[in-house]
Design a protein around this ligand. Structure first.
Ligand code: CP
Ligand code: NVA
Length: 307
């Protein structure tokens, strides 16, 4: 009984399924804005395992489950047997007999695939060292709301070729857009994802070249969670990759700027960038809630059939 569908990567779903989830996210946002009670997941439980810190992911999944009529349980490895060496497979076997879905934020992506392989219920990637697919659902919803379809558009990723960048590569494939990555040498995205994308993704050392005419510009912190000891080196190396208002001026007239947050003003973005009219970062953050509610609705069947 290992047939549950998971969401570990954007590649787990077809392009139509992804667009369906995003459009549903927009509907669920509208329902909430109109104050309509919608509780299809009454009696359902999401377990959330966080090996790394989080604001948006935790609050959006927890609030989302509650709004859908269910509940969420926050688990830290510090307090569970997972943190004391109980095999991931055993944790998966046990937890998935008790809850209806599991969200995991972890370091090694292999922890997610291992858990999913032994879980009876859907497993959701809440960020790994390799990927952050939930953030891309929110980003794609945000672009659709502000500018319409992203198909055929040009996206510039400025900075570290990290987990977010890898998910942008997957999104380029699934949503059919061109992605230009500007990063320092040695900080390219994972070649495995690059190979998947073929000529949809190009890498440059020049942020201006990447941003020229782009419809969406996105960046992320220079030092991801788990890399803290590299901070000083990264700050020096990434300096030419700061996204500023002047850099955005080189993009398309209708460009939008996104940042998955948390942001370090004065590092990957200038102090004023989130206040620029081209920034949609707060809508983007809010959409984590709506897009993930649509994802939960898609993955978790209602517990009770209405009479
Ligand atoms: N963007 C994002 O995933 O934020 P958190 O680390 O706060 O969850
Ligand atoms: N790249 C960042 C994203 C945080 C949401 C990290 O992994 O820390």
């Amino acid at each position: 009984m290992m047939s549950a569908r998971h969401f570990l990567s954007m590649m787990d779903y077809t392009p139509d399924e992804l667009v369906g989830v995003i459009r549903r996210g927009i509907e669920l946002k509208d329902l909430r804005n109109r104050g309509v009670l919608f509780e299809p997941l009454k009696g359902r439980i999401l377990a959330m395992i966080f090996e790394k810190s989080s604001t948006r992911t935790r609050v959006s999944f927890e609030a989302g489950m509650i709004q859908l009529g269910g509940q969420a349980i926050f688990l830290s490895p510090r307090d569970t047997q997972l943190g004391r060496g109980e095999p991931i497979a055993d944790g998966a076997r046990v937890m998935s007999r008790m809850v209806d879905a599991v969200m995991i934020r972890t370091f090694a992506h292999g922890n997610l695939t291992e858990f999913a392989a032994h879980s009876r219920v859907p497993v959701i990637n809440g960020l790994s060292d390799d990927l952050h697919p939930c953030q891309l659902l929110a980003d794609m919803q945000t672009y659709l709301e502000h500018r319409g379809s992203i198909k055929g558009k040009t996206v510039a990723w400025i900075g570290d070729g990290n987990n977010m960048c890898n998910s942008y590569i997957e999104a380029a494939i699934q949503f059919d857009f061109q992605l230009r990555v500007a990063c320092p040498e040695g900080y390219e995205p994972n070649p495995q994802f690059m190979a998947l994308a073929g000529d949809r993704v190009t890498v440059t050392r020049d942020p201006r070249e990447a941003v020229k005419g782009a419809h969406l510009v996105s960046t992320d912190v220079w030092t991801s969670m788990g890399q803290e000891e590299e901070t000083a080196k990264r700050i020096a190396l990434f300096k030419p990759f700061q996204v500023t208002r002047a850099l955005l001026d080189l993009a398309a007239e209708d460009v939008v700027f996104m940042h998955c947050l948390p942001a370090h003003r004065g590092e990957e973005i200038s102090e004023d960038l989130l206040d620029d009219v081209r920034s949609v970062a707060w809508d983007q953050a809010e959409n984590r809630l709506h897009a993930q509610k649509a994802l939960l609705e898609f993955l978790v069947a209602p517990a009770y059939t209405p009479e």
